[in-house]
Design a protein around this ligand. Structure first.
Ligand code: CO
Length: 212
């Protein structure tokens, strides 16, 4: 594990050398542009890096990460990334990837005060309120937390599907498909929650925009 800032810079040089040894034209090719097929919305947690855990190379995944992989409709940073990804890059798949043991979800499940962060955690608390009866019925705290992580991912998939310009893309064709995945820190495996949304019709009618 890199411990000092110099380790990171030295690590970069090693990575460049290794990469060039295996693929001499790697950087020449990447420098001409990107055409990733995937947008990844994940947690900022340092243990869940999109490309490493999917064995994907630079250039394959457009990435946005924040605490607890939240999609908020007033987050212009996230919306700009999503807009560019679907309108310009024309990504085919958007993956919302959460992870068990997520500190953000754990914090939201507690009644502790986290100062400034409480404003962000509020969005995760909203998910608890929406699914209160299901979550309250799970006695085991670890299992309740795991389910809360999953429900948070599902709600963020729904939030993405509600974005007007994503629905516009569906008017023109079949993409993007929005997927919900959960990652386990314990074994390194990703699991598809099978909650993908690919059209207006799969969305609560309240959020459906008229087709143009
Ligand atoms: Co997390």
């Amino acid at each position: 594990m890199s411990e000092s800032i110099k380790d990171l810079l030295n690590g970069n040089v090693s990575w460049v050398n290794n990469t060039l040894r295996h693929t001499p034209d790697f950087f020449n090719k990447l420098a001409t542009g990107q055409s990733p097929k995937f947008l990844w919305i994940g947690c900022a947690d340092s243990r869940v890096p999109a490309t490493e855990i999917t064995n994907a190379l630079p250039g394959s995944i457009f990435v946005q990460r924040n605490i607890a992989n939240i999609v908020v409709h007033t987050d212009s940073n996230l919306l700009s990334v999503v807009n560019y990804a679907v309108k310009v890059l024309k990504v085919k798949h958007i993956i919302v990837c959460g992870h068990y043991g997520c500190g953000g979800v754990q914090a939201a499940m507690s009644n502790d005060n986290f100062g400034f962060l409480d404003n962000w955690l509020m969005h995760i608390k909203d998910v608890y309120r929406m699914h209160k009866s299901e979550l309250d019925s799970i006695d085991d705290e670890g299992k309740r937390m795991d389910r809360y992580v999953e429900l948070n991912i599902i709600e963020q998939v729904n939030n993405l599907a509600a974005v007007s310009f994503i629905q516009e893309e569906w008017d023109d064709g079949e993409f993007p498909h929005i997927h919900g995945w959960v990652y386990s820190l314990k074994d390194g495996l990703l699991r598809d929650l099978d909650v993908s949304i690919n059209s207006h019709d799969e969305l609560d009618q309240v959020y459906q925009y008229k087709k143009k």
